[in-house]
Design a binder for this molecule. Structure first.
Ligand SMILES: CCCC/N=C1\SC[C@@H]2[C@H](O)[C@H](O)[C@@H](O)CN12
Length: 658
């Protein structure tokens, strides 16, 4: 009898122990330093990951892109948290629309992807100011970001108090999809090498995320980079592209992590663009041959980018020196193109992965249909000056000398500086400024005189009469997001303006909000304008509006592309959604991506609003056109280049990246 009781007790104990072990292994993610691998829920895990930035894809399409990543054999998605989209003004937070972080994390979990979370506060990524909020510059324009600068640290501390509880909730060890959290970004590439700053971030993250969370860093594959890029407690990972030898690259990681999983956090499938340079291109074979070697080593790898997406609005960043803004398209020549379509690079990468990982038994989700809507008649509304009642409805700022955008707490897009000519100027006279960031469109009583261009044109010769308006419409084309010049990022007019050597004073400053213009406001305000004036090959910066001719059909609207060919440079908004900047004369990007969800069904009016800064074929009396096409062009060969970049021939079922 006693034996029977004991055997039942032993069986029961074994059962309880088994349950306990299983429970402990569920919701666990650890590093096995002896096995050189991650352990996920008790089993070895190798991340096959791709980068997609939620702030660069319309949330309507997040699931589409993530499902395509699953279909390619990926088990993980990597993404950045852009601080500036979440805290647009200090102490005010936004987690909606493109900034809906929790929806993105929930969607990733729903499709079965784990997440590598890059929490910042700095993220680089060719994003505006590397993700840092521009209001930092109002606290102290001489702030040295990414250091223990007290003003910077106070702002980071406040932001992490908001962000970390969200990330903790979504950690895998708490039932969410996040496997591990990166702090900072390639910090070893930054001049400061401030270990106290890294320790602050690490301690803040450790406290906020808990003892079990894996916190890591990413740096370029060089000992000097990693030495300044990481700190005790963080797991070291590196990044390198497809043209080097993975085995030797990983030796750098091994210098700092003798044991543990090999991780390439950014395996470049393509590269970034700058306005005026040819579209980046990395050959498919180059990418796949190197990926094959990385996978053969048993390493975890994140493909940067897997889907690049778009810098909507004013969110593009810039590099320097020389100052080079990044285009609206963040296509990155990546496996999923800017609009999330399958490319032949996707097919080839999927094939490579299939050698190491059983592909899911699911069809590859199809490309989204594209709408070819033809020409939109664009009607002249007003010059910027004549539309100020709508574009800048609040009281303008008056100042003896020009103030920066940050000084008037207006951070992105356009700002108009106005003063009056102090005397008659009968012969062309030099108007000079050493500090317009980044392009300044000069008019005298709305007659174009020329353009100030950062790092290029600092003098414009003007003529005019005493008392006429001297206007400078300044475009902030994106804050620098990499290296030392990040600390020189104020925008607008940042130095005095002189006319014939004399400092001009008594300025009136108008922040410009293009979102205020739509199909009703222009009638409500009964804007009157004498029409753009033309001079020196330029015309007064002007607003145009048109109704997009979407046919009445049950399968409309669709994704489409705005083609501003015959226009020069400006900004485009559809139904108030800021698509981004266009600059077809410069390239490589010509068309702007219009995601389907920003369009209304055909029975309703879809308005296109354009600010054209330089010139068009139309005037106030003639209607001009902008077409909506189903074929993107982002690889125009820019002036002065004779690149061998091949056009992307269109083809079903996917776009060819040859
Ligand atoms: C040679 C410059 C290296 C700077 N690092 C870059 S340029 C493209 C990518 C993205 O910016 C990414 O956000 C960086 O982490 C690494 N990287």
């Amino acid at each position: 009898m006693a034996d029977r009781r004991n055997s039942i007790l032993v069986t029961f104990f074994c059962f309880i122990s088994f349950i306990y072990i299983c429970e402990c292994q569920n919701d666990s993610f650890t590093i096995d330093y002896n096995g050189n691998t991650f352990i996920l829920d008790g089993k070895p895990f190798r991340a096959i990951s791709g980068s997609m930035h939620y702030s660069r894809t319309h949330p309507y399409y997040w699931k589409d892109r993530l499902m395509k990543m699953v279909a390619a054999g990926l088990n993980t998605v990597q993404t950045y948290v852009p601080w500036n989209i979440h805290e647009p003004t200090q102490g005010k937070y936004d987690f909606t629309g493109l900034a809906n972080l929790e929806l993105f994390l929930q969607t990733a979990q729903d499709v079965g992807l784990k997440v590598l979370m890059r929490s910042g506060p700095y993220i680089c990524g060719e994003w505006e100011y590397g993700g840092l909020p521009a209001w930092l510059l109002t606290i102290n324009p001489n702030m040295v970001v990414r250091t223990m600068d007290p003003d910077y640290i106070k702002a980071v501390d406040g932001w992490y108090d908001v962000l970390l509880p969200i990330l903790k909730k979504y950690l895998h060890i708490n039932g969410g999809p996040i496997l591990m959290v990166q702090i900072e970004n390639e910090y070893g590439s930054y001049f400061a090498c401030d270990y106290d700053y890294l320790r602050f971030l690490y301690q803040k993250a450790r406290t906020g995320l808990g003892e079990k969370a894996i916190i890591y860093t990413t740096d370029g594959d060089g000992d000097a980079y990693v030495k300044c890029g990481t700190v005790e407690g963080c797991y070291v990972t590196i990044d390198f592209g497809p043209t080097s030898n993975p085995a030797s690259n990983f030796q750098v990681q091994r210098h700092f992590e003798p044991k543990g999983p090999l991780v390439n956090s950014e395996f470049y499938t393509g590269w970034l663009d700058h306005w005026g340079n040819p579209h980046a291109h990395t050959a498919i074979d180059t990418v796949c041959n190197s990926l094959d070697k990385i996978l053969a080593l048993g390493a975890s790898v994140n493909m940067y980018m897997f889907e690049g997406g778009t810098n909507f609005g004013y969110w593009n960043g810039a590099n320097a020196p020389p100052y080079q803004p990044v285009p609206t398209s963040y296509d990155y020549d990546s496996p999923l193109n800017e609009t999330g379509d399958i490319t032949d690079k996707y097919i080839a990468i999927r094939q490579t992965i299939s050698k190491y990982q059983k592909l899911p038994e699911m069809p590859i989700p199809p490309n989204t249909p594209k709408g070819n809507y033809g020409d939109t008649d664009m009607n002249f509304v007003a010059t910027v000056q004549d539309a100020l009642s709508v574009l800048s409805p609040n009281q303008p700022v008056s100042s003896t000398y020009p103030l920066t955008m940050e000084q008037i707490k207006f951070y992105y897009g356009f700002i108009l500086y106005r003063t009056k000519l102090p005397t008659d100027i009968t012969t062309p006279t030099p108007l000079i400024t050493g500090g317009v960031r980044d392009r300044g469109y000069v008019t005298i009583d709305q007659v174009p005189q020329g353009i100030f261009i950062r790092d290029d044109t600092t003098q414009v010769n003007i003529t005019g009469k005493q008392g006429q308006y001297l206007d400078i419409l300044v475009e902030n084309t994106g804050r620098i997001g990499f290296a030392t010049l990040m600390n020189y990022n104020t925008k607008g007019i940042i130095a005095n303006v002189t006319l014939n050597g004399k400092i001009l004073t008594d300025w009136t400053i108008y922040p410009i909000s293009l979102e205020n213009i739509n199909g009703t406001t222009i009638f409500q305000h009964n804007i009157k304008s004498t029409g753009p004036k033309k001079n020196k090959g330029l015309q007064t910066p002007s607003i145009f509006i048109g109704k997009i001719p979407i046919p009445a059909s049950s399968d409309e609207p669709k994704d489409t592309f705005l083609d501003p060919t015959n226009w020069t440079k400006g900004q485009a908004l559809v139904n108030g959604f800021n698509l981004g900047r266009y600059w077809p004369v410069m390239g490589p990007q010509v068309t702007l991506y219009v995601p389907k969800p920003v369009l209304k069904e055909p029975s309703k009016l879809n308005y296109l609003v354009v600010l054209e800064l330089e010139n068009t074929t139309c005037t106030s009396s003639s209607v001009c056109k902008i077409s909506f096409t189903d074929i993107p062009v982002i690889n125009k060969i820019p002036p002065g280049f004779h690149s061998n970049i091949r056009n992307i021939p269109e083809g079903y079922p996917y776009h060819k990246r040859v």
